[in-house]
Design a protein around this ligand. Structure first.
Ligand SMILES: NC(=O)c1ccc[n+]([C@@H]2O[C@H](COP(=O)([O-])OP(=O)(O)OC[C@H]3O[C@@H](n4cnc5c(N)ncnc54)[C@H](OP(=O)(O)O)[C@@H]3O)[C@@H](O)[C@H]2O)c1
Length: 317
């Protein structure tokens, strides 16, 4: 499919952060008319001007656009959407997200004028932009709400094709699959699981007399090589390529570190996501809880060790 469906529409990008900046630039470079919506008081406003956009208020952007992409923090989307109800009701609008959180957990009031869609790149905005510029594109999925029109599917697909130009991985999914998969993966593997494993392993070596720098290389830095090997060779290929010592140690000790009971915990975590309990908990957690989580490692030995090694880590990749 070509890009006409999205090129014939005016697109409002609400929020000019990690994703917003990349979506706006990629769409503009594909010949799409882009209107950036931002808060005059925030950093986004100035950044948009630096990049050659003329930002306007959220309400002006929504009034003027056909397609409205909400690229705000997930916890802020439902409030912004509710505040924009009269603009969203002023005519037919396609309302999109880069993550299905607000839609999937019923935080958005359906409006007769609004059709919902999702376009979720599999990575950060800076990577999305860099891959667009290099011509490789970034794997991206898209979805439409149940009962959507064919026109909505065309909008979603052509939007995805535009921002991920060059990718050979563009797949249709559902709001449920994208939202549950994304939340579950970041909680148990990508952030929650990996950070806990690395920190505990680092601390164990240090408590047993290893210099922190050595412990950091052994338990954290070498993960990049392991992941490269895994992605290049797959599970069985990786086991075939590692040393007999690593193979035997992993086979006998790995399941002790991540015992079968962990699966039961994963199921509980998944159940909290599917039931909406996690979404409700996050929504009521507040900025103080987020700030506490954000600053958890600042000043820790783990963090200080990283900062001391930073100049060498790039060259060790
Ligand atoms: N980051 C990723 O790797 C990634 C990947 C795929 C999908 N996504 C999804 O993309 C969406 C946007 O995430 P992001 O990482 O791009 O967010 P972000 O970098 O934090 O940017 C958020 C933007 O929203 C504005 N903003 C912040 N708080 C606001 C509020 N309370 N009300 C109105 N505007 C507010 C900020 O502007 P100011 O300067 O005015 O504060 C900023 O422009 C989310 O749905 C996320 O799940 C993210």
């Amino acid at each position: 499919m070509a890009l006409e469906s999205i090129q014939s529409k005016k697109v409002a990008i609400l929020g000019y952060g990690n994703q917003g900046r990349a979506h706006a630039a990629n769409l503009r470079d594909c010949g799409v008319e882009v209107l950036v919506g931002a808060r005059e008081t925030g950093r986004a406003w100035g950044k948009a001007i630096e990049d050659g956009f003329l930002p306007v208020s959220f309400s002006k952007a929504v009034r003027e656009a056909d397609v409205v992409m909400f690229l705000l923090p997930d916890t802020a989307i439902s409030t912004a959407y509710a505040q924009l109800e009269s603009e969203l009701s002023s005519g037919p609008k396609w309302v999109g997200f880069a993550h299905g959180f607000s839609f999937q957990f019923g935080q958005l009031k359906p409006l007769p004028t609004v059709q919902f869609f999702l376009v979720a790149p599999k990575g950060a905005g800076s990577v999305l932009r860099a891959r667009f510029c290099s011509g490789e594109g970034l794997p991206t999925v898209f979805a439409v709400a149940a009962g959507s029109t064919e026109a909505t599917r065309h909008i979603a697909e052509s939007y995805a094709r535009a921002i991920a130009r060059g990718t050979s991985f563009l797949k249709e999914t559902t709001f449920q699959i994208e939202t549950e998969g994304d939340l579950f993966a970041e909680q148990v593997v990508l952030v929650g699981g990996v950070m806990e494993l690395m920190r505990n392993a680092f601390q164990t070596l240090v408590e047993n007399g290893h210099p922190p720098e050595m412990a950091f290389f052994d338990t954290c830095q070498e993960l990049t090589a392991t992941l490269d090997l895994f992605i290049n060779a797959g599970p069985s290929g990786m086991l075939a390529k590692i040393s007999p010592t690593a193979l035997y140690g992993a086979a006998t000790r790995g399941p002790r570190v991540v015992p079968p009971e962990t699966r039961a915990t994963m199921q509980l975590v998944f159940d909290e996501i599917r039931s909406g309990a996690f979404a409700r908990e996050l929504q009521s957690a507040g900025e103080a809880a987020l700030e506490k989580a954000r600053s958890k490692e600042s000043g820790s030995l783990w963090d200080k060790t990283y900062l001391g090694l930073k100049p060498y880590l790039e060259s060790a990749k």
